[in-house]
Design a protein around this ligand. Structure first.
Ligand code: UDX
Length: 441
């Protein structure tokens, strides 16, 4: 039984802590927020993630998972200390490392025995070396330690599944022995383990996320072209995806990427490159295409509503940046709602789990208890999030309550032909034929 301390009970930290506890390790999860730690001790999760509450409960009950606000308690007898604190974007898009620095300093101040410090937070290339310097400087007396980078690749909404079934584990360290020990910890996950140096491991994380963001912007660019040429991007993506070099994943055109990772990481990578005098042209294009998705949604709604948004009522199906999460960070719905309101429309919203989080961010949006109440009297609906419950929504019932049968499907969850048959004025993304396949004369 290994003793692990995980600093930070946010998304990454809590899942890492509960996941390693579930694999049979003794884990102490540490956070400086009394409120979060007290809540967790009572069984209240600080975030919504399917299966998390049960996972935490099971491991707390077994005694393998405990919580604390005290570094002295957390680091005592610990062999591995994970840093999993937030790295928000600073003013220029660079990652703000104040929480990483504070965690490294606090660990160093209380450590009394050899320790492996593992960085899980997404941090600029070179941070591992910097953390090592901070720890060295902050120690009361010289105690051996190593720093290992172990970037996380969890997706919100399927984070527990991703933790238990990783595609790979990436470990970076200048100390091979330490990397091997961390590798041992990950062996039960049965994934390939890539061991490299600190900077390369840190770069693997950025390069992976930027590549996935690029895939999304690429398909969104293709969607724009499909619209102009009368092709259907969903079928184009499907046809492309069978080529194993391309693959089917991350080729869903729509409102673009949001969330806590892609926007921040692409920006941070751009910033790192530019600081060194490089010109990351592709990354700029990726961000520009993504930013254009939100005004695109407004344009489509405007077209569907005969050029007039002023005085219209628009209902939003979904608010979270993606399904199975209540996360509203950089959710397209925020920009879209604000733009609609600025254009004089009234906006209503429904989301299966994120309304509580969304309400303070969208004070002018009327939150509704279900999709049908929301659709009542609406001139148009927009699908922002592809929640499963929207896919089989009774659309005849929607038709009955809406003022006009208009839907802009920002995530392509409906079939254009079926929607046209039902009597909707429907537009998806990148579906140039709009439910009416015609041969060019
Ligand atoms: C992502 C990475 O997948 C994960 O490995 C990393 O650790 C954190 O960032 P996450 O932000 O939770 O995870 O969500 P993900 O499922 O990757 O989706 C990110 C965004 O891209 C969402 O806004 C989603 O709607 C959008 N997306 C994704 C698309 O628009 N099209 C796609 O085909 C896939």
């Amino acid at each position: 039984m290994k003793q692990i301390c995980v600093v930070g009970v946010g998304y990454v930290g809590l899942i890492t802590a509960a996941g390693f506890a579930d694999l049979g390790n003794r884990v102490i999860a540490l956070d400086i927020s009394e409120e979060k730690v007290e809540g967790l001790k009572r069984g209240d999760m600080p975030i919504y993630e399917p299966g998390l509450e049960e996972l935490v409960e099971r491991n707390v009950k077994s005694g393998r998972l405990t919580f604390t606000t005290s570094y002295a308690e957390g680091i005592k007898d610990t062999e591995f200390a994970f840093i999993a604190v937030g790295t928000p974007s600073g003013v220029d898009g660079e990652a703000d490392l104040q929480y990483v620095e504070a965690a490294a300093r606090s660990i160093a101040e209380v450590m009394s025995d050899e320790l492996i410090i593992i960085n899980k937070s997404t941090v600029p290339v070179g941070t591992g070396d910097w953390v090592a310097k901070i720890v060295k400087r902050s120690q009361q007396e010289e105690i051996p330690f190593s720093v290992v980078s172990c970037p996380e690749f969890l997706r919100e909404g399927s984070a527990i599944l991703d933790f238990m079934n990783p595609h790979r584990t990436v470990l970076g360290s200048l100390n091979r022995e330490a990397a091997d020990k961390v590798a041992q910890l990950h062996l039960p996950l049965r994934a390939p383990i890539v061991i490299t140096d600190l900077r390369t491991a840190e770069m693997i994380k950025y390069a992976s996320n930027a590549f996935l963001a690029t895939k999304i912007s690429y398909i969104n660019e293709i969607a724009n072209i499909c619209e102009a040429l009368g092709a259907d991007v969903t079928e184009v993506a499907n046809g492309m995806g069978y080529d194993e070099r391309i693959g089917h994943h991350f080729l869903n055109a729509g409102l673009g990427y949001g969330g806590s990772c892609f926007p921040k990481d692409v920006l941070a990578l751009t910033h790192m490159a530019e600081e060194k005098g490089k010109h990351p042209q592709l990354l700029h294009a990726v961000m520009e295409i993504n930013a254009d998705r939100r005004p695109m949604a407004i344009e489509r709604l405007e077209e569907l509503l005969d050029g007039e948004l002023n005085g219209r009522t628009i209902g939003m199906l979904g608010l979270a940046f993606k399904p199975n999460t209540d996360d509203m960070r950089d959710a397209p719905s925020i920009d879209i709602a604000n733009k609609l309101i600025a254009a004089g429309a009234s906006v209503r919203g429904y989301d299966p789990v994120s309304m509580e989080v969304a309400a303070p961010l969208l004070p002018a949006v009327e939150m509704c208890d279900d999709p049908f109440t929301m659709a009542e009297g609406c001139d148009a609906l927009i699908v922002n999030t592809e929640w499963n419950e929207f896919k089989q929504l009774n659309r005849r019932q929607l038709l009955e309550v809406m003022k006009q049968p208009v839907i802009f499907d920002g995530r392509n969850i409906y079939d254009p032909e079926e929607m046209a048959e039902l009597g909707f004025q429907y537009r998806g993304v990148g579906r140039g034929y709009n439910g009416k396949r015609t041969a060019e004369k």
